[in-house]
Design a protein around this ligand. Structure first.
Ligand code: CP
Ligand code: NVA
Length: 304
């Protein structure tokens, strides 16, 4: 494994190895056991979109691993003034041991990986949010003891989260059911991948149907970063797609509810569901730290 660009690139075994190491690093942190696997190494973190969790968890995670993280605002870099991504990657490869980037187009992440010589980690694109999904899978596995055979349901937009959860869940042996309005389906490459596992995948227009017997119900905002101007149209399209108590009643009695955050309580998730599952949701947020530390150790430990 050289990069973490999207869930489609990972095998089920690689996902499982990341989660195992994440569990170990979480244990070590909780028990005060030092784990400076990346001493002397630097991670550059390029942000072209806002972030709370990704920025803080990567930065503090790198510190806990004995390394250093540099926050690089896309607007303040020459890349924001048109310096080619290829040149940026070749320059940063001379200074750093890894790059984490949050940006719009998946092509930007793929270009940095191709042109540079150091590992690239996708910290969210319009297509994919692999770091979040690794944390989500870790959280489910922690609570339920396994992933294989469980039913994961995603209600809402066919966005980076739905795309990544479908692929990550299927590769982990889960059954996936999603519900989205017409015109808001997941990416075609994801639909194609899901089609290869059609015995474990279903796409619904009726949220209550998708939630039947689910072990975990997940949702995300209706308008992602960059889609703010579409919010009115999207609110209309997603009417009836709120994860509320009536929807959770269709899932298993002990079903989890997760949200990558930030959440709009009362929109895609009701206040009641959010607050009654807050322990799971904030554990999920914490697990970003542990899952990303595992990714960084696996990708960067052999880098200069
Ligand atoms: N879930 C997530 O990626 O959060 P941030 O946008 O705060 O990084
Ligand atoms: N789908 C959301 C996720 C935020 C973490 C977005 O892209 O804005």
């Amino acid at each position: 494994m050289k990069h973490l660009l999207k869930m489609l690139d990972l095998t089920g075994e690689q996902i499982s190895s990341i989660l195992n190491l994440a569990d170990q690093l979480k244990y070590e942190l909780k028990h005060g056991i030092a784990h400076p696997h990346l001493a002397g190494k630097s991670l550059g973190m390029i942000f072209e979109k806002a972030s709370t969790r990704t920025r803080v968890s990567f930065e503090t995670g790198m510190y806990q691993l004995g390394g250093q993280a540099l926050f690089l605002s896309g607007n303040d870099m020459q890349i924001g003034r048109g310096e080619p991504a290829e040149d940026t990657a070749r320059v940063l490869s001379r200074y750093l041991s890894g790059i984490m980037i949050r940006t719009f187009k998946q092509e930007m992440v793929e270009t940095l990986a191709q042109a540079g010589s150091i590992p690239v980690i996708n910290g969210l694109t319009d297509l994919s949010h692999p770091c979040q999904v690794l944390a989500d899978l870790m959280t489910v596995r922690e609570k339920k003891g396994r992933l294989e055979g469980l039913k994961l349901c995603f209600i809402g937009d066919g966005n980076n989260m739905m795309n990544s959860l479908i692929v990550g869940g299927l590769k982990s042996g889960m059954s996936i059911s999603v519900a989205c309005p017409v015109g808001y389906e997941p990416h075609e490459a994801v639909i194609q991948f899901a089609g290869e596992h059609e015995d474990r995948f279903s796409l619904h227009r009726e949220p209550l149907k998708a939630a039947e017997d689910a072990d975990v119900v997940i949702t995300d905002v209706w308008a992602s970063m960059g889609q703010e101007s579409e919010i009115k149209r999207r609110r209309e399209a997603f009417a009836g797609y709120m994860v509320d108590e009536a929807l959770m009643a269709r899932a298993k009695p002990d079903a989890m509810a997760l949200h990558c955050l930030p959440a709009h309580q009362g929109e895609e998730i009701s206040v009641e569901v959010f607050e009654s599952h807050a322990d799971e949701i904030f554990e999920e947020a914490e697990n970003r730290l542990h899952a990303q530390k595992a990714v960084m150790v696996i990708l960067m430990k052999n880098e200069a």
